[in-house]
Design a protein around this ligand. Structure first.
Ligand SMILES: Cc1ncc(COP(=O)(O)O)c(C=O)c1O
Length: 431
């Protein structure tokens, strides 16, 4: 029998691309052989959901690093941390306000938990990137609907844009609402020159994909809880969704990452910040459009209007990006990228020019016919977007840019949104 996955991974390694994608360790950090530590819950290795030994100790280290009241390890990615965060937030009510640029893990969690989402759209001058929800818009929603129990946002977004969490947390506090932050792309923000980590800025809970931007094996994540009200039930909530076989190599990698961040990590990330800012400056000098306002200093996002096939272009420069959406390219940098990687990126960027057109994103929220739970659990069929007008979506569909879903499960697909999608794409609709 052949070994399709294993063989392709070996083959990919020989291509020698500079990795500007996750995981943050870039296969260039661990000296330890984590492979041989693939064990299970044993009398001396603690248990994830009943942690009172080594796992609890590591969780305490995480809480110290992130200044949280309680931190919970996940080896099931940020998805598990998000599910747990939403389950806990349900204690305060099941109607929540969500910034519409939401990852599908949260949409699915809403369906599983029976949460009724209300949506708020990010604002942007041109929608070349996602934009951000504005505090004054959030406040209006809180005044309009007093049943809303929480605000859920994604920050930073995929393009590296950071929302004003401090301002949002003040509004949430004023109206007695929870602030929940999907910080999947921002674990490292706690260690940069200006601490932009959501928990530091007033979020009640924040889910972080450690593996995306810190040196942790893929799947390693943490739920950071700042509001002590949620600490007691947290493990129980996580056990509702998580595997009963947590990965010890992943959990051990979190341990090793914590030690690194408490010793050399902070200075390495701050050095990286400066180097990446040089590259961003180079792009700016060349007239390349990048997201403006407060952004992640370690992530590069550029518009590439003169490049037809972005992936081929970057491959020709021996670069693998995190994401190319046809208009923009995203590069995740960590201290485990070499100077050779960064030079390759500079070289590629120096060949990009031209101004992107504004993305025509005029969008009003579609009508809601079912809850996400009703729509996702209903019998569905796959039809082309072109033939889906008038049908109730059982899925979300998200054009990038701007990375804002134009239809969510339970919403009616109307003629105003199909021009924002590829009409030949397939979409699940309720039968
Ligand atoms: C914004 C956002 N949230 C959550 C997730 C889920 O994270 P994970 O893959 O660690 O489960 C992702 C994954 O890409 C994401 O981009």
């Amino acid at each position: 029998m052949n070994t399709p996955i294993y063989s392709r991974l070996l083959e990919h390694k020989t291509l020698d691309y500079s990795p500007f994608h996750t995981p943050g360790h870039k296969n260039n950090f661990f000296k330890e052989n984590l492979f041989e530590l693939d064990l299970t819950e044993l009398p001396d290795t603690d248990a994830l959901y009943e942690a009172d030994g080594i796992i609890l100790e590591t969780e305490k280290n995480l809480a110290k690093l992130f200044s949280a009241k309680r931190s919970l390890i996940s080896s099931g990615g940020c998805t598990l941390a998000i599910q747990t965060m939403l389950k806990l937030a349900c204690q305060r009510g099941k109607k929540m306000l969500f910034a519409r640029n939401i990852h599908r893990s949260a949409v699915n969690a809403c369906a599983l938990l029976g949460i009724t989402p209300k949506w708020i759209l990010p604002k942007s001058d041109n929608f070349l990137f996602t934009g951000r929800v504005l505090p004054e818009d959030v406040e209006k929603e809180f005044i309009k609907d007093t049943e809303i129990s929480a605000l859920y946002i994604t920050s930073p977004d995929y393009y590296g844009e950071i929302t004003d969490i401090k301002a949002l947390s003040e509004i949430c506090r004023k109206y007695g609402k929870l602030l929940l932050v999907d910080n999947a792309h921002g674990s490292h923000l706690a260690f940069l020159k200006e601490n932009q980590h959501p928990v530091h800025l007033g979020a009640d809970m924040s889910a972080c994909s450690l593996h995306k931007t810190l040196p942790v094996l893929t799947g390693g994540a943490v739920l950071n809880i700042a509001n002590a009200e949620f600490a007691e039930n947290a493990k129980n909530a996580m056990s509702l969704f998580g595997s009963t076989s947590p990965s010890y190599p992943i959990m051990a990698s979190i341990d090793i990452c914590c030690k690194y961040m408490s010793e050399k990590g902070i200075s390495a990330y701050r050095k990286l910040e400066e180097r990446v800012l040089q590259i961003k400056q180079l792009a700016e000098n060349l007239g390349i459009i990048q997201p403006d306002g407060l952004c992640d200093n370690t992530r590069i996002c550029i518009s590439t209007p003169n490049i037809e096939n972005q992936i081929d272009f970057f491959h020709s420069h021996k670069i693998e990006s995190e994401f190319c959406d046809g208009r923009n390219a995203v590069f995740i940098c960590t201290p485990f990228n070499s100077e050779r990687d960064l030079k390759r990126l500079e070289n590629a960027i120096s060949q990009i020019h031209g101004h992107p057109e504004t993305v025509p994103f005029t969008f009003t929220l579609p009508e809601t016919a079912l809850t996400p739970r009703e729509a996702i659990l209903a019998e569905s069929e796959l039809v082309s977007v072109k033939n889906a007008v008038g049908r109730i979506s059982a899925d979300s569909a998200c054009p990038c840019p701007p990375g804002i879903p134009v239809v969510m499960p339970g919403e009616v697909i109307d003629s105003n949104i199909i021009h924002l999608l590829d009409e030949s794409d397939l979409i699940h609709v309720v039968k």
